[in-house]
Write a protein that binds this ligand. Sequence first.
Ligand code: BGC
Length: 708
Amino acid sequence: MSVDISSLSLEDKVKLLAGIGCFGAGCSRRVPGAAGETRAVGGLPAIVMTDGPSGIRVEPNPFRRWPTTAFPVPTMLASTWNPELVEAVGRAMGEEARDYGIDVFLAPGMNIHRHPLCGRNFEYFSEDPLLTGKIAAAYIRGVQSVGVGATAKHFVANDQETNRHVIDTIVDERALREIYLKPFEIVVKEARPWAIMSSYNKLNGKYTSQNPWLLTKVLREEWGFDGVVMSDWGAGDNPIEQVKAGNDLIMPGGDNIVSRLMDAVKRGELSEDEVNRSAARVIELVKRSLTYKGHKSSNTPNLSEHAKVAYEAAAEGIVLLKNARETLPLRPGTRVALFGTGQVETMRGGLGSGHTHPNHFINILDGLRGSELKVDEELSSIYVNYVKERRGEDYLCALYYEEAYAEPLQQDILTEGQVGEFARRNDVAIIVISRTSGEGWDRKAIKGDYYLTDSERRLIEMVSRQFHALGKGVVAILNIPAPIEVATWRDLVDAILLVWLPGQEAGRVIADALVGKVNPSGRLPTTFPRDWSDVPAAKSAECYPGVPQDNPRTVRYCEGIYVGYRYYDKYNVEPAYEFGFGLSYTRFEYRNLTVAKSEDIVKVSFDVVNVGKYPGKEVTQVYVKAPQGTVDKPIQELKAFRKTRLLNPGEAERIELTINVRDLASFNASRGLWIVDAGEYEVRVGSSSRDIRLTGRFTVDKTIEFKP
Ligand code: BGC
């Protein structure tokens, strides 16, 4: 029997607007441990939804586990600057959802890295809207290619965790459209996600889930979105306003919401047309689902195949921040002294709904043990025993659940004499610095979180002193969810490998990067400032109220469009590591730039040549500097990028990229128009936002204006 809006009773249609009511994990009857379901009504089955975005998260219970692959966190996926690879990750996640009977995946997270301390930054991609949009579009295409729906979240301006359920984000329309809405606009137009999740926060005074301007005018009328908008779990305070605004599905919903909506219809506060509009969208979502199509879940996802995808993604997301005197790669047989508890308690992901439950996890110590490096076992056993003693025997199970575990352990548990002894009998030191973060709380600008603890600093100083005295190198591995302070200690070490939260294959990938089987090709999707106080949002507590005790009710996006590199460039603030930065074991040269403009598009082509000693991939980045026109502009903005294929020494690749002229526009809020000023534009092609290798020009003859 074909079900449509006309075959359902009013009550059934209203029931479709509210999910099955419960909070947290375990809200699904069919897949207990999934995050929620819609209601089965009038011949339509319930469809199941579950979290991401670092992998499919189905919470285990005492009777059953749903092992899934723990992929690198989204910030690391963005560090690959490789949409094809991210699409493969999305496909693998989609397959795992499909195989466990899940219809809609609650990912990707697409908020902006406005501030390095946002607790969920790891779930998001970048400080840049284009990179976020393109990587997210690839992710969504991958998930949906197997018939599972993706959900772009959290729409919008939910860029911090403090008071997230009530905070009112005050942001001007230009910044909103150019920075925060832009990634969602890109995915709606390029990847057509089945669903969008509205966020918890208010936007300029109104909950996003109750905001008709956002959910109907911008999302549907301007961009043409034709899927379902669902609320975040428990968002907003008025279900009637939610449905009126175009928030079709209220999650996790509950009978109480159904009754409130029914009463509103009876009282005439909510029209049957409004119910029909949203119910029709939910019906379409259900009809697209695998469950509706009668798919039987196998319950046997191809985890071994997906482990390879997780490995590849991590391999391309590692960022080499420093490599003085070619400390890396290490030769096979190098004797390695591994310092820091992070070798044991390696953080594979973040906490909260973005958490994962893989079948296996390889920490840094085990990864190095399985490599051609010779780990100093006596030294590592000191850390293994120390972690066991401090965390208890079951630490490996408990780890990743509790906020308490985010607290770093004491790191300088060795005497200077002991370190000196380890320096004598090894060739190189590797120090692991680990952090995690999670949903529900922001990171803090304190020692042990954004800053090193005193004991971490003492460890780095001691190890550097002892190893450098013998002419031996020191490598730091940063196993972190988002930037930490590096400027005051990076001179003490010779090499820094940023491995983010790299997922289940962590140790294997890191070992391969250390020995050069993997040549790091990740680039920063987000700036590392010299200090968190350099972040434009840190200028006043009003602009980033990260202190829950203050119970802030508003956050003002004081910096407007000047987020990330847009700010550091414009205001001449030197970052520790700029947007787009990352080294390689080899070197690349850029040659033969041509820029050709037709009416609507600009074609940018150039050669990249590997002039170094190792095979490697380069991330080419194209920034555009606009002329001085009617609108105030950043110094430059990322407009295109492409990662090369693996180039052998001496090999070249011609990169050809296209920029739409309309994508050069800025938003003039008072006139309600996008404007591309006439004048001469500079094309800046480089290896990072501050390492521009080639420049060219094109001219826009006449100012272009268009409506959103
Ligand atoms: C999170 C969402 C998540 C939902 C369901 C909320 O607390 O903000 O990202 O999808 O829970 O678990």
